[in-house]
Ligand binder design. Sequence first.
Ligand SMILES: Cc1ncc(COP(=O)(O)O)c(C=O)c1O
Length: 368
Amino acid sequence: MDYKVRFVAPGKVYRMIKEELDAAYSEVMTKGDLIDRGQLKRFEENLAAFVGTKYAVGLNSGYDALHLSLRAAGIGPGDEVIVPAHTFVASASAIVNVGAKPVLVDVGRDFNIDCDKIEEAISQRTRGIMPVHLNGYMADMARVMEIAAKYDLVVVEDACQSLGSRMQGKKAGSWGLTGCWSFYPFKILGGYGDGGAITTNDPEVALFATRMRYNGEDRQTGEYHGHGFTCLLDNLQAAFLDVKLRHLPAWIERRREIAAHYRAGLADLADLRLPHYDDPSRDHVYQNYVVRAKQGNDFSDYLKANGVEVLTQFRKPYYRHEALKLEDRGFPETESLSREVCSLPMNVEITDQEVDYVIAGVRRFYGK
Ligand SMILES: Cc1ncc(COP(=O)(O)O)c(C=O)c1O
């Protein structure tokens, strides 16, 4: 398909900041700084400062961040962890892969965990809650932390989609025991390959993750502190991410501008629900601009056929994939939004003309 508007255009971002990225590449290659060097440390310091935590530990992926966080919290066989029914599968897989059981909870209209339904999912075995801040908008962390304190539960924030978003002025990834980040290329802060990180205020957790990402080894002493993993963030990726992190505040503003542009062009369409919410204590960074169209696939197929690349994550909820063997406790909101979701192009490289093209396509679909 020859799209007029691509969902993302990574080559365009490269051209926008080519000089800085090339300089970062050149520094790494010239010095031969490949594994666990200054660029990684610098990026970790800058990421921690951005999120507002004491530590950041660079890892290979968002999945690794979730996985190591659960291990750091001592969660394992016999334990249950609460997780939303509408999220990327990695949230639940990390729980399963430490030997624990994910207990799914339905989401609300903002695509995030429905806090009114958390307590009914808590059992004697519940050890943790993994709220997911989906699409760039935080879950109600004030409520999540309150419930966690009441039942003495660990909170691991899956913040992979919400770098920079805030609730009550406090950033995503700075509320729970850890915040977990993904730098998958299409994320708001995307690398040129996989990448991830944990942010935390807990020195023990930071030390645990720093050792476990490097096969359990303390690099100062050579002592192995446990059977670990190979999941360190590449130095080269860290150097690129550090360049992009400098642009992030301006890029978030640009995403908000695009969201406002979509809103102005689409708000009158009765069959379309837009991702704008009333809560003044939370702000949106628009990792994704996910609309809900009553016409489901007819809507998304029409846009694709008319030159607009859109995503429909996730038409099939992850708990409906048989091989995952997850319990479907009945999630009406997840079921209904799964039929309707459609992510419109949202990225810093898109032009206003391209946004207008998307808006015109949507309006045409609705006969406007
Ligand atoms: C909500 C969420 N959780 C977890 C992940 C996993 O991150 P990664 O792909 O870096 O392992 C992602 C991203 O893909 C995500 O969007």
